[in-house]
Design a protein around this ligand. Structure first.
Ligand code: SF4
Ligand code: FE
Length: 481
C-alpha cells in the first residue's frame, strides 16, 4: 500500500522546474507565497486519505494491483466508484474552498484507459498495455498527475493544419525510432507545476491530414524542453504583503499555468496515441465528460463554504432571523444541491466501457456542467447580497492593525455583543476572495469556463439528446402519423 503523506508529496515536487512568474525564473517555487496555498490544497488530498473516517471515500482498491490506493488514481470499476468520486470532490471543496487540482489527471486517466483499449482493438497497437503500466506506477507511487487538453488554438476560423504557426496546436515534430519529439503549448493548466507527471491529449477532433496533432502521451513535468509560466489571479500580490487577512482564503488556492513544450522527447513507452485521428474526438469527449461530472462535486463543496460564509456573516450582522435572509440561504442551498444532484445522477447512471472501466452518463454530465456555468453566479450573488457592501470597501489589514487608527476601525466595525470584530473582518475578506479574488482561480469564472465553456456543453447536449424520440412521444399520444 502506498498512500503518500502530505509531507512526502511535498518532497516529491521539490525539483528543478523551469518556472517563471512576473518575468523572473522562480527557485524553490514551493516556498513562494503566491504558489504555496495551491500546494497546501493538494496536500489536503494526501492528508484526508489518512483520516480514518474518510478512508472509504478517499481510498479504494486498485483493480490492477489489488493494493489500497488514493481514489484520485483509481480507474472506476462501478457506478458506486463514480458516485464516491463526486462525494470525494465535494469533501475536498469543503476543506479547501478552492480548486485542489488533482481531478484533471484522474479524469484523463479514466478517459485514456478506455480509448487506448478501443484503439488497440481496431488498430492492433499496444497503447492500452503501455498506459496500464504507466498508470500502475502512478498508483504505486501515489503520484500527482495533471491532464492537459487546451491548446492556444490560434485563428479559430482555421483548422490546426491551416494555422500560419503550427505550434499553436501541440503536435509531433519528429518521429524517431524510440519515440517522438513534440512541440506546442497547453494553456489553463490546472496544477501542472504541483504535479509529478502530466498526460497530454489532443484539444479537438482531428481530421485526415491532421495526424500529427492527434497525439497523447505522458511526460514528467520537469522534462527538458518544458517551460511553465505561472498564471495570474486577481489580488495575487496581496499574498506578498505582510499579514495574511487581506488574502481572504489565506491557506488554500488554485493554480493555473501556461505550459510550453519546446521540442520535448517522449519515449515510445509513454505514447498513448500517435496519429489515430478517428479516436481523438472520443478522447476529448470522454475526458470532458468525466471532468464535467467532477464539477458536480468540487464546486458543490466550495458552494457549501460560500453558503456557510453567508450564513455566518448574517449572524455577525444580527440579521440571521430576518425572513428574507433565511429565504436567500434556502435558495443558495437549493441551487447548490441541484448541482450535486446532477453530479450524482450522471454517476449513478454510468455504464461500463469495453475496457471494463465505468464512465458517467454523457448527457447528464454535460447538463451538470451547464448548471455549474450558472448557479454559482447566483449563489455568489446571494452571498454578496447577504454580506452587504462592506466586503469591497474595507480598509487593509495594515490599517486594521495600525496603532493609530486600528482601534477606530474595530470600534465602527463591531456589531453584535459577543461577535469579535476581528472575526467579522476576516470573514468579510474571505467573502471578497470567494467572490472575486484568488479562490480557485475564481469560484465563478472557473465554474463558467473550467471543463469547457457553456457552448461546449450545449453542443454535447444537442448530440446526446434524441429530439426525434420526443417528437414521436407526442405523435403517439395524439395519434399523428
Ligand atoms: Fe478538480 Fe474542480 Fe479543480 Fe477541476 S476545478 S481540478 S474538478 S477541483
Ligand atoms: Fe478545472
Amino acid at each position: 500500500m502506498t498512500l503518500k503523506t502530505p509531507e512526502e508529496y511535498l518532497k516529491s515536487i521539490q525539483r528543478d522546474v523551469n518556472i517563471y512568474m512576473f518575468g523572473e525564473k522562480i527557485k524553490n517555487f514551493w516556498d513562494h507565497p503566491i504558489i504555496r496555498p495551491s500546494i497546501n490544497a493538494v496536500m489536503k488530498i494526501y492528508e484526508l486519505a489518512h483520516v480514518e473516517k474518510y478512508k472509504d471515500i478517499m481510498t479504494t482498491k486498485s483493480h490492477i494491483t489489488g493494493e489500497i490506493i488514493n481514489r484520485f488514481t483509481h480507474i472506476h470499476q462501478s457506478t458506486d466508484d463514480l458516485i464516491k468520486k463526486v462525494q470525494m470532490q465535494r469533501l475536498l471543496g469543503q476543506h479547501t474552498a478552492c480548486c485542489f487540482q488533482r481531478c484533471v489527471g484522474f479524469d484523463t486517466a479514466n478517459a485514456v484507459y478506455s480509448v487506448t483499449y478501443e484503439i488497440d482493438k481496431k488498430k492492433n497497437t499496444n497503447y492500452h498495455e503501455r498506459f496500464k503500466k504507466y498508470w500502475t506506477e502512478v498508483q504505486q507511487q501515489d503520484l500527482m498527475v495533471d491532464g492537459a487538453m487546451t491548446d492556444p488554438k490560434g485563428d479559430r476560423s482555421k483548422r490546426p493544419s491551416e494555422q500560419s504557426d503550427p505550434d499553436v496546436f501541440v503536435h509531433v515534430k519528429e518521429q524517431k525510432e524510440d519515440g517522438i519529439v513534440v512541440r506546442g503549448a497547453k494553456i489553463h493548466q490546472t496544477g501542472f507545476l504541483n504535479s509529478n507527471r502530466a498526460i497530454i491529449m489532443p484539444t479537438l477532433t482531428m481530421r485526415p491530414g491532421e495526424e500529427k496533432f492527434a497525439v497523447s502521451f505522458g511526460v514528467n513535468t520537469d522534462e527538458k524542453g518544458i517551460t511553465i509560466i505561472y498564471g495570474r489571479q486577481a489580488c495575487d500580490t496581496r499574498k506578498l504583503e505582510e499579514g495574511k487577512l487581506d488574502v481572504g482564503n489565506y491557506k488554500y488556492g488554485g493554480q493555473e499555468c501556461f505550459v510550453i513544450f519546446d521540442d520535448v522527447f517522449i519515449p515510445n513507452e509513454n505514447i498513448f496515441m500517435n496519429g489515430e485521428i478517428e479516436f481523438s474526438g472520443e478522447l476529448v469527449n470522454r475526458f470532458a465528460g468525466f471532468h464535467r461530472q467532477s464539477y458536480g462535486g468540487c464546486k458543490v463543496g466550495v458552494g457549501d463554504v460560500v453558503i456557510g460564509a453567508a450564513a455566518l456573516i448574517s449572524q455577525y450582522n444580527g440579521v440571521d432571523k430576518a425572513s428574507h435572509i433565511k429565504d436567500k440561504i434556502i435558495e443558495m442551498i437549493h441551487l447548490n444541491e441541484t448541482l450535486y444532484s446532477s453530479g450524482i445522477a450522471c454517476s449513478a447512471l454510468g455504464h461500463q466501457r469495453e475496457a471494463g472501466n465505468y464512465e458517467m452518463d454523457m448527457l447528464l454530465a454535460n447538463v451538470c456542467k451547464q448548471n455549474v456555468t450558472r448557479f454559482p453566479y447566483e449563489i455568489g450573488r446571494l452571498a454578496e447580497d447577504i454580506a452587504g457592501g462592506l466586503f469591497v470597501t474595507l480598509p487593509s489589514e495594515a490599517d486594521w492593525n495600525s496603532k493609530e487608527i486600528g482601534h477606530l476601525l474595530k470600534k465602527y466595525i463591531s456589531t453584535c455583543d459577543g461577535v469579535s470584530p476581528d472575526d467579522r473582518y476576516k470573514l468579510l475578506r474571505f467573502i471578497e476572495c470567494m467572490s472575486m479574488g484568488v479562490a480557485s482561480p475564481s469560484y465563478k469564472t472557473e465554474s463558467m469556463h473550467g471543463a469547457g465553456s457553456p457552448q461546449a456543453q450545449r453542443i454535447m447536449i444537442s448530440r446526446q439528446a434524441n429530439v426525434d424520440e420526443k417528437i414521436n412521444l407526442v405523435k403517439k399520444i395524439l395519434d399523428i402519423e
